[in-house]
Design a protein. Structure first.
Length: 98
């Protein structure tokens, strides 16, 4: 589950990049990690990314979503530094929980 959350954060970070899909690519990369869970391996990344963006927009959390993505852009998908984007992740989670 941790890798899934990191993949979601990383995909948000890549939303600003025009070079590749901002969410799907890191999600798919996370599936290839040696310790990827069975749940992560079967995730439909395009659907997950679309739903994440929709939820953020619907709840008025687009800024928090963008901040979380931006922060996560430099994280290693398979070995993330969990503390690096903790504040941004907490802000997004708090906003989404409203």
């Amino acid at each position: 589950m941790k890798k899934l959350l990191v993949a979601m954060s990383v995909c948000a970070a890549f939303a600003l990049s025009a070079c590749s899909d901002p969410c799907v690519d890191p999600c798919e990369e996370a599936k290839e990690c040696s310790d990827a869970s069975e749940l992560l391996k079967v995730v439909d990344c395009p659907a997950l990314c679309e739903e994440m963006q929709k939820q953020a927009e619907d709840k008025g959390c687009a800024d928090e979503y963008d901040e979380s993505l931006s922060c996560s852009a430099d994280l290693n998908v398979c070995n993330p530094d969990e503390s690096k984007c903790a504040t941004e992740g907490e802000k997004l989670a708090t906003c989404l929980a409203k």
